[in-house]
Design a protein around this ligand. Structure first.
Ligand code: FAD
Length: 285
């Protein structure tokens, strides 16, 4: 099923994300985690794409496996480190497996700056996907602005370009203060971006994760969130519980304020996905 049709029903949706293994020996455990999450019957599940595309096979295989479990898969696809030929071959593979949803991304510029020449921005990839078949296309958006953007207006300008190139919905980068999303929604709607926006929520379950998040994306951490990390960061079980509770509260506030699409960065952790799902059982009924 196409995600745009799921979203068009206008009901709140809960979806989860998994990432593929980097090596063959980890495939089985990742597949197992994905299937456990699939048992929660989310609206859809996304499968990320390894930087550089070297593990694209695993993304397609896991997405295909989810499809067999009757969970709608969303396969991520990046372009800046790939040739057009490689992108086209992945799209053909997705088509042949009946996978209809693609999250079109540029991908991060590698540290050595080495990129392929065919693509510079996600909007070019979106155009290619649109021309290559009947896909439902998603893209990324950044409520706090993308790290490379000079300012939020410029970022929103380029977001609009992605929508005009043919994307059907956008999923946000994680954020820990819902007011940032509400403000962003106002700004993008004012700029004429009308596609559904799915809020990306990251349950932070360890101190290490927080360090990674801060170093890579400069995400704003509210004082309330920092207090949790200060108090529980050195107690893994308590940090996990508090991180899940924080994410759940964020989701409840989003739904209460009319945000329909919730995507949880569940990081191959079925137990985290299950706890969040259970805490929302009545809310999502
Ligand atoms: P773009 O939309 O191309 O934007 C990149 C930058 O260029 C922005 O600063 C934008 O403002 C600017 N820009 C855009 N168009 C133009 C233009 N025409 N001229 C000048 N500037 C322009 N990475 C992975 O490797 N694998 C994944 O599976 C993955 N999944 C993700 C899922 C989500 C929901 C999100 C939010 C991110 C994900 N990423 C993933 C990370 C993503 O690849 C990086 O954030 C990357 O740096 C930007 O990708 P993009 O598609 O947003 O790029």
């Amino acid at each position: 099923m196409k995600i745009r049709d799921i979203l068009a029903k206008g009901e709140p949706t809960l979806s989860f994300e998994v990432f593929p293994p980097k090596t063959e020996d980890k495939y089985e455990s990742v597949e197992h985690a994905a299937l456990e999450i699939a048992k929660l019957k989310p609206a859809f599940m996304s499968v990320t794409y390894g930087a550089g595309g070297g593990t694209s096979r695993y993304t397609v295989d896991i997405a295909s496996r989810l499809q067999k479990e009757e969970v709608t898969p969303l396969a991520h696809l990046t372009c800046v480190s790939s040739s057009r030929e490689k992108v086209m071959s992945v799209l053909e593979e997705l088509k042949s497996r009946g996978i209809e949803n693609v999250l079109a991304l540029r991908g991060d510029i590698p540290a050595d700056g080495q990129v392929e020449k065919d693509y510079h921005y996600a909007s070019e990839l979106i155009g290619d996907i649109r021309r290559s078949g009947d896909f439902c296309i998603g893209a990324a958006c950044y409520p706090e602005g993308h790290v490379e953007s000079a300012n939020k207006d410029q970022d929103i300008h380029y977001l609009k370009e992605k929508v005009e190139a043919g994307c059907d919905f956008v999923t946000t980068q994680m954020f820990f203060d819902n007011n940032i999303l509400y403000n962003y929604l106002y700004r993008i709607r004012e700029a004429g971006v009308t596609v559904p926006v799915i809020a990306g929520i990251m349950p932070v379950t360890s101190k290490v994760q927080i360090k990674r998040i801060c170093s890579m994306s400069g995400t704003y951490l509210p004082a309330r969130f920092k207090a949790i990390v200060d108090r529980f960061g050195d107690n893994p079980a308590a940090m996990k519980q508090a991180g899940i509770a924080y994410a759940t509260e964020q989701i409840i506030d989003l739904i209460a304020n009319g945000v329909k699409g919730i995507h949880v960065y569940s990081m191959n952790k079925p137990e985290v996905a299950a706890k969040i799902r259970d805490s929302l059982s009545e809310i999502l009924k």
